[in-house]
Design a protein around this ligand. Structure first.
Ligand code: GTP
Ligand code: MG
Length: 195
């Protein structure tokens, strides 16, 4: 699946702009700066495909990528702190919530969690929304290259404990580093098995 073409399709700013729901899609959600766009680039092997940057609030639209002809990959704006005006942030946060609770062909939401920080209150809010919307979600730990083994274990325990309280959570975590390539193949196979 990932050997084929991945192309940017469009950036969406309102629910009416979503492409026809004609194929399965997976999305990447998470706090600003957690590494969503970088992960899409690592998965597709194309560095500049999704725009990544050190400025929280980089991704401000719902960005659709075509994975061959069979799936959509969806890069979402981050939640939590963003380096953008309040009114603008509120607009895209509203869109984000509408998307996460109302997209019929959304098969799985990957909720990205920084390996150094674990699950925060804003993550819980999104997870509760996904529970209510019956959207299966799976946590992807990001930036594992930035944390030492023993600190990582503590964070993973916290994440597992919190996930156990969310009925829509898929229990298995994926540990990734977009920088070093850890977990990228695993995540590719998970996505390829979704239809
Ligand atoms: P928003 O679009 O602002 O919500 O951010 P995002 O979640 O898309 O994050 P993005 O991919 O833009 O990455 C944010 C910063 O983290 C960038 O400076 C990346 O280079 C860095 N980063 C992302 N993934 C990794 C990783 O696996 N390891 C390390 N060391 N840095 C990473
Ligand atoms: Mg981004």
């Amino acid at each position: 699946l990932f050997a084929g073409q991945t192309e940017f399709l469009k950036g969406v700013v309102a629910m009416s702009g979503l492409p026809d729901p004609d194929r399965p899609e997976v999305c990447f959600a998470g706090r600003s700066n957690v590494g969503k766009s970088s992960l899409i680039n690592a998965l597709t092997g194309r560095k500049g495909l999704a725009r990544a940057s050190n400025t929280p609030g980089r991704t401000q639209e719902i960005n659709y990528f075509e994975l061959g002809q069979s799936h959509y990959l969806v890069d979402l704006p981050g939640y939590g702190f963003a380096n953008a005006p309040v009114a603008v942030v509120e607009k895209w946060q509203r869109l984000l919530k509408q998307y996460l609770s109302g997209r019929q062909t959304l098969r799985r939401a990957f909720v990205l969690v920084d390996s150094r920080h674990g699950i925060k209150a804003v993550d819980e809010e999104i997870m509760t929304l996904l529970d209510k919307s019956a959207v299966t979600f799976q946590c992807v730990m990001t930036k594992t290259d930035k944390v030492k083994e023993k600190d990582r274990t503590k964070v993973l325990d916290q994440v597992r404990a919190k996930l156990s309280k969310h009925p829509a959570a898929y229990p298995e975590l994926v540990l990734t580093s977009s920088e070093k390539g850890q977990g990228i193949d695993v995540l590719r196979s998970i996505i390829a098995a979704i239809d």
